[in-house]
Design a protein around this ligand. Structure first.
Ligand SMILES: [Ca+2]
Ligand SMILES: [Ca+2]
Ligand SMILES: [Ca+2]
Length: 624
């Protein structure tokens, strides 16, 4: 960014109209708080206001040492570095600024760092993740359903309006998640989104709302319909008390279309392009791992605006990069959360992820990040897993990714009844990954139709898909409602309200007594699988041994330190009696294994052969 030129512009403006400007005003400070002894010191404040041209620091509260000030050409944004004395006492401070026309103050709170024990924990294959869309899970506070500041966006009869779900609702349902066996909770973004209808993303000619959270207008505030920072902190603390980690959904690629930066940017290069003139994203993610591609080939994918609407942040502007990194660390530090799900990973230059990840690990070494790369090609997905520099010389540092390649084949095999062999073939590509065991595996999430929305899906096929998901390698993710076979097609139908989470719901699927027979059959199956997964380390961390793979039957073992669990799946219409070599699993002669999940009975090792019978449309987990 051409900072000297910016300075010159500010000076020119100040000299051109001496004394004519109104006094400076400060309207927003980002971040609003920071810590002494932090790995980022000084912290760089981005201050929004008016008449800031020519501002310089006049005073600083105890423990604060401000550096020089830069102001944008319009006098609406100011950057100032502030160093915090490692021994500074927590509490509110101010930094006084003055211009030729007056003075203003920048508030900054010095925070006491949260104790590390039980926080910033990361996640691993030992966890079972659960994704909640805050607007659609549970409404624990009807008073925020239609707030004055954003009135008119609440209508449960409209799929693209707010339905009233909130953080209080999530807090109230933590015991339900605990009972199900969830140990990590991912919430779709809680950033403050726009307070009026989104006229830029109309659907069928009608305005919609940003109920999904992906259109931030303030990266430092909690959406008022979901709650506030105090409620978010309470959620994290209460989740931790139940042994549930919290994962934040962050978006570094773009802001919402109504973010104040769009009309008035802190720097001239804050976004790639402007509202009037920018590239539209062309989604050509394959070019990003193409050793033969010229930079021009990748440009629209990295710098184009999503759906030609979402303003694409320019992480090559050092001020933007600094802003995003500090914003990430701020949310972690003020809440004590454990992991981050990073949206739209491939649409940002890999060089930025390297710096972003390094900053995270420097302050929070155990924190983990899962990146979203919504693609079925394991070669592309694996290219983004950190721990190794790729041909571009960049090690992204990103811990892990969603296993979308596996997801697509799981859907085909289990919901549509296609070949199980194709699922096994995806796992056969595991050698492409630095660490395949950490991949986040899934049957669905908010961006794809529900499993039950697939043609041919049934409660039985969903149960069998869960048997696979919760016994296969990876860190499994359950999308809210899938555990009760919630139906739903493409977005937004895949984001239906959880039955019982909202005032006036006729029944509650959060309670056993409120579940239909179909809901109970999937719920109880998932719960039993998650309990078994917790009990048997081999199901979480064991190596995978394929004993038999065919179109409709699959038998694999998970083996760890001499402990083994054998998973049998039959998606076909005929009973299958299988006779398999037991040696690769290390099972001793005479070992009897019992299905701990269903009613498939016993499997026995005789004459070095493992014999088991799989009824049609069944699955089981056989444990000695
Ligand atoms: Ca509410
Ligand atoms: Ca809002
Ligand atoms: Ca981008």
């Amino acid at each position: 960014m051409p900072r000297p030129a910016l300075h010159a512009a500010v000076l020119l403006l100040a000299f051109a109209i001496p004394g004519a400007a109104a006094p400076p005003e400060v309207t927003k400070v980002e971040p609003p708080s920071w810590w002494p002894g932090h790995s980022i010191d000084p912290v760089r404040l981005l201050v929004r206001g008016r008449n800031l041209a020519g501002a310089e620091v006049a005073t600083a509260g105890p423990g604060l040492t401000p550096g020089p000030v830069t102001v944008n050409a319009r006098g609406t944004y100011l950057f100032v570095d502030v160093s915090i004395d490692p021994n500074a006492a927590p509490g509110p401070r101010t930094i006084g600024i003055r211009t030729a026309s007056g003075t203003a103050t920048i508030p900054l709170e010095i925070l006491a760092p949260l104790p590390r024990a039980g926080r910033f924990q990361g996640f691993s294959p030992d966890d079972a993740m659960y994704l909640v869309m805050p607007d659609r899970f549970a409404n624990g506070d009807p008073s925020n359903d239609d707030p004055l500041v954003s009135k008119g966006l609440f209508d449960r009869s409209k799929a693209r309006f707010y339905h009233g779900g909130d953080l209080r609702g999530v807090i109230e349902r933590l015991p339900y998640l605990k009972d199900l066996g969830v140990t990590a909770l991912w919430l779709n973004p809680w950033y403050d989104n726009v307070n009026h209808p989104n006229e830029r993303e109309t659907y069928d000619g009608k305005a919609i709302t940003d109920y999904h959270g992906y259109g931030a207008v303030d990266f430092y505030a909690v959406e008022e319909r979901f709650g506030d920072l105090a409620t978010l902190r309470e959620l994290v603390d209460r989740a931790h008390a139940l042994g549930i980690k919290v994962i934040q959904d962050q978006v570094a690629n773009h802001s919402g279309p109504y973010h104040p930066w769009v009309a008035d940017s802190p720097t001239p290069t804050w976004y790639y392009g402007t509202q009037e003139k920018h590239l539209a994203n062309t989604w050509q993610t394959w070019t990003l791992q193409d050793p033969h591609g010229a930079p021009e080939m990748q440009k629209a994918t990295l710098e184009g605006w999503f759906i030609d609407i979402l303003p694409d942040l320019n992480q090559d502007d050092p001020e933007v990069a600094r802003y995003i990194i500090q914003n990430t660390l701020w949310w972690v530090g003020v809440t004590g959360l454990d992991g981050i799900r990073q949206d739209t990973l491939p649409y940002v230059h890999r060089r930025f992820w390297k710096d972003w990840m390094a900053a995270i690990k420097k302050e929070y070494p155990d924190l983990r990040v899962v990146g979203e790369l919504l693609d079925g090609d394991p070669a592309l997905v694996s290219f983004y897993q950190g721990g190794v520099a790729r041909f571009d010389g960049i090690d992204s540092g990103v811990d892990t990714l969603f296993d979308f390649p596996l997801f697509y084949e799981v859907r085909d095999a289990f919901a549509k009844g296609e070949s199980l062999r194709e699922v096994a073939k995806v796992l056969a590509r595991d050698h492409l990954y630095r660490d395949p065991s950490s991949l986040v595996t899934l049957l669905g999430l908010h961006d794809v139709p529900r499993f039950m929305g697939e043609p041919g899906a049934s409660v039985g096929s969903l149960r069998n898909a869960f048997t696979f998901l919760l016994t296969a390698r990876g860190t499994p993710l359950v999308y809210y409602g899938d555990e009760i076979a919630l139906p739903g097609g493409v977005d937004p139908d895949n984001r239906r309200d959880f039955p019982g989470g909202f005032p006036g719901d006729p029944r509650s699927a959060f309670e056993a007594a409120g579940r239909t027979a179909d809901e109970a059959s999937v719920h109880d199956h998932v719960r039993a699988l998650l309990k078994l997964r917790q009990e048997i380390g081999a199901l979480r961390r064991g190596r995978t041994v394929n004993l038999h793979v065919a179109d409709r039957t699959w038998v694999y073992a998970r083996v760890l330190d001499g402990q083994a669990a054998v998973v049998g799946i039959n998606t076909g219409e005929k009973e299958q009696a299988l006779d398999l070599d037991a040696a690769p699993v290390g099972l001793a002669e005479g070992t009897r294994l019992r299905d701990r999940i269903g009613s498939l009975g016993e499997a026995v090792v005789e004459g070095g052969r493992l014999r088991l019978v799989l009824p049609p449309g069944s699955s089981g987990v056989f444990v000695p």
